[in-house]
Design a protein around this ligand. Structure first.
Ligand code: ADP
Ligand code: MG
Length: 249
């Protein structure tokens, strides 16, 4: 657990491999993600995007290689995974809000239970987060009464309540009706503008092109191509990326 000396690197992935049984899903990933960088990950279904993201906070056991986050090597047996995970917010395709709690209770839960934050302080911070995602008036509503886009914005606010230094998004807009995609992307866009370090798996190519500092194209468990969005989308080199873009653009 030695802090990294490269102060700018938030996430360092080296030779990452992940197998499920005989199925090698990640075949050796090497990537550094810098503080404040917004990395969008694109690629066909089944290419290992979600598995890669889940390895970044060790929701998956790592078969080989290493993942270092904020200087902590997640593959070291003694690493404090809870401490590492508290600094990484994750938002999934499905919102997983607690249905029996109000919106604000959903957001206050982790700071109160995990960080032992006092309730008035947690409530104040939760209200501030709800204002940020444009949902202050929904504080006392139940999740069931919200639209999909509103639920996903609450899920983002809930992740931000732990004050993470890194946010991971796994197809956060894929389950939404089209008219709700924009409001969720706007929240992610605002986070990017505020300098949040983010890894965003997305099917929204326009969004990736606009917001990403770097786009990573995964195919078959490897990073097939990566670069600035204008290069990846405007001048793709690998035939597999050219084929993929021809299908999705
Ligand atoms: P993507 O997010 O790019 O669609 P995934 O990372 O979800 O890809 O999946 C990559 C491959 O890993 C798929 O073949 C999938 O079936 C397999 N896989 C993912 N999770 C598991 C799991 N928990 N058990 C077994 N196989 C899995
Ligand atoms: Mg996926």
């Amino acid at each position: 657990m030695s802090p990294t000396t490269e102060k700018n690197v938030k996430i360092a992935v080296r030779g990452l491999k992940k197998s499920f049984g005989a199925n090698e899903v990640l075949k050796g990933i090497d990537v550094d993600i810098a503080e404040g960088e917004v990395v969008c990950v694109i690629g066909p279904s089944g290419s290992g995007k979600s598995t890669f993201l889940r390895c970044l906070n060790k929701l998956e056991d790592i078969t080989a290689g290493s993942v270092t986050v904020n200087g902590f090597d997640l593959t070291e047996p003694k690493v404090d995974l809870n401490a590492v995970r508290q600094n990484i917010g994750m938002v999934f395709q499905h919102f997983n809000l607690f249905p029996h709690m109000s919106v604000i209770q959903n957001i206050m839960l982790a700071p109160v239970e995990l960080k032992k934050k006092d309730k008035p302080g947690a409530r104040e911070q939760a209200m501030e987060l709800l204002r940020r995602v444009g949902l202050a008036e929904k504080a006392d509503a139940r999740p069931a009464s919200l639209s999909g886009g509103q639920k996903q914005r609450v899920a983002i606010a809930r992740a931000l309540a732990m004050n993470p230094g890194i946010m991971l998004f796994d197809e956060a807009t894929s389950a939404l009706d089209p008219e709700m995609v924009g409001e969720v992307l706007q929240v992610i866009r605002d986070l990017a503008a505020e300098g949040m370090t983010m890894v965003v798996v997305t099917h929204e190519m326009g969004f990736a092109r606009e917001v990403a500092d770097r786009v990573i194209f995964m195919d078959g468990g490897v990073i097939c191509e990566q670069g600035r969005p204008e290069d990846v989308f405007g001048n793709p080199q690998q035939p597999r990326l050219q084929d993929f873009l021809a299908k999705v653009l």
